[in-house]
Design a protein around this ligand. Structure first.
Ligand code: FAD
Length: 473
């Protein structure tokens, strides 16, 4: 028997489950169809497991240098089994939390593979969803008034560079490693590649990063990339930029050997393992899009600003629509979509106000545009920069590399972008995000009293530096 709903969400990742909770708050009868586990990539293969491993790596690296703090330790070593067990425990706890939230919101969860059957002449009702149940029981038929596609993404690889899970891995396999390799080649120096490079290097693995662009983390401000490059090299990571990996040269024999064309010269690299981290591809296949008018461009579902597809009652959110593939973006898109379905007239999402974070050691965070982008857009800019070296709390922490950079428009004093690299900057970027939401100027940030001693003083000083007034410069 078909079951009727106001809303059925395909995919219970961060985007899908947050949308379901908002829908339940708004009184919509809601169901989620999830073929894997509630929490999706972020909880099981992304944000949470990678940050748990990064934290263990950071503790190990700090403990190795504990003498700097006057603490004498001996025989510091990594028990990677325990590191993984800690990570799995955190995931389990959060997974139970999401299951509880579904029960609390009276959201029906169907464990199985969902597919859109209509609108089409074969469909009993536009938007019907069939669910091939994981437990093998008869397919369920769901009849929703609205659908949200939140099927997420999966790791991409290079043509002919096949992931075998043993020598060649994506982040999915790397997260399940039972032992640490002695050495690794990471193909791709973007956000995920640099987080892995930093973490593995802190665990004592010999790391080589091969990046196609002329700098690592190429979407960040150039000065941030440059500082990251310096600090990654200081850790002992080998960075090879402007390099095109040649998958056809891959040899697997007790490890991997692969060549890359680096600025016109062929170079060979060897390591125990190879991690491919060249982006993520949307899950648009096998979900019944052919039964609809929904458009897919460059592999991603196309939507309007309220996340409606060409079928106005079918919405799409999160990694499956591309753009900034981040958990907090997916969940916010889900909230906007649900509020639109419920007739609440939500404001469209301003992507310029989304904070972006890299949880490497040191961390990176940013909001708004880079200095180059500001100039390309025709802004005359004023830039304020302040180093953590002059911040007491950073010295107390023993982590004083990095800086805060604020880019402001010379004519209007609008803040165009804020970029940070250094200790705990992922926890500090929200101040800059809030300032941009409230249309604050650098003067207003500077006149928000930053307590002493805190790392946030670097933001206050960078704001003063925009007009040449930094105190501790
Ligand atoms: C290693 C790594 C680290 C990351 N770190 C961060 C971070 O620190 N911060 C951050 O903001 N983002 C991070 N991300 C990105 C983040 O994980 C994603 O942006 C986020 O998970 C996207 O959410 P989503 O709901 O769109 O998709 P997903 O989380 O991918 O969820 C989609 C869900 O849909 C299910 N599904 C797919 N097809 C079907 C179907 N036909 N029927 C039923 N179910 C289906 C899948 O099983 C999955 O559970 C990271 C990603 C990776 C890989």
């Amino acid at each position: 028997m078909a079951l009727e709903y106001d809303l059925v969400i395909l995919g219970g990742g961060t985007g899908g489950y947050v949308a379901a909770i908002r829908a339940s708050q708004l009184g919509l009868k809601t169901a989620i169809v999830e073929k894997g586990k509630l929490g999706g990539t972020c909880l099981h293969q992304g944000c949470i497991p990678s940050k748990a491993l990064l934290r263990s790596a950071e503790v190990y690296a700090t403990t190795k240098h504990s003498e700097d703090f006057g603490i004498i330790t001996s025989d510091v070593s990594v028990d990677f089994g325990k590191v993984q067990a800690r990570k799995n425990k955190i995931i389990d706890q959060l997974h139970k939390g999401v299951e509880h939230l579904m029960k609390q919101g009276k959201i029906d969860v169907y464990e199985g593979l969902g597919r859109i059957l209509g609108p089409s002449i074969f469909s009993p009702m536009p938007g019907t969803i069939s669910v091939e149940m994981n437990n093998g029981s008869e397919n369920e038929m769901l009849l929703p008034k609205n659908v949200i596609v939140a099927t997420g993404s999966r790791p991409r690889t290079l043509p002919d560079l096949e992931i075998d899970g043993e020598f060649v891995m994506s982040s999915d396999e790397a997260l399940q490693l039972e032992t640490l390799p002695g050495s690794i080649i990471i193909v791709g120096g973007g956000v995920i590649g640099i987080e892995w490079a930093s973490m593995l290097s802190d665990f004592g693995v010999e790391v080589t990063v091969i990046e196609y662009a002329d700098r690592i983390i190429p979407t960040e401000d150039k000065e941030i990339s440059k500082e990251m490059q310096r600090l990654m090299k200081k850790k002992g990571i080998k960075l090879v930029t402007s390099a095109k990996v040649l998958p056809e040269t891959l040899v697997k024999d007790n490890g991997v050997t692969i060549s890359a064309e680096v600025k016109g010269t062929l170079k060979e690299f060897k390591a125990e393992k190879l991690l491919v981290s060249v982006g993520r591809q949307a899950n648009v296949e096998g979900i019944g899009l052919d039964n609809t008018e929904i458009q897919v461009e460059k592999g991603f579902i196309v939507t309007n600003e309220f996340f409606q597809t060409k079928e106005s009652h079918i919405y799409a959110i999160g990694d499956v629509i591309g753009g900034l593939q981040l958990a907090h973006v997916a969940s916010h898109e889900g909230i906007v979509a649900v509020e639109h379905i419920a007739g609440k007239d939500p404001s469209p999402f301003d992507y310029n106000l989304v904070s972006r974070c890299i949880y490497s050691n040191p961390e990176v965070s940013s909001v708004g545009i880079t200095e180059d982008q500001a100039k390309e857009k025709g802004h005359k800019v004023k830039v304020g920069k302040f180093s953590f070296r002059a911040i007491g709390k950073a010295l107390v922490f023993g982590e004083s590399d990095g800086f805060v950079k604020i880019i402001s428009d010379e004519a209007t004093n609008d803040i165009l972008g804020v970029h940070m690299i250094g200790p705990h900057v992922t926890d500090m970027i929200t101040e800059a995000g809030l300032a941009m939401v409230l249309d604050a100027t650098a003067w207003e940030i500077a006149h928000t009293i930053h307590p002493h001693p805190t790392l946030s003083e670097a933001i206050g000083e960078a704001a003063l530096a925009v007009d040449g007034k930094a105190i501790h410069n």
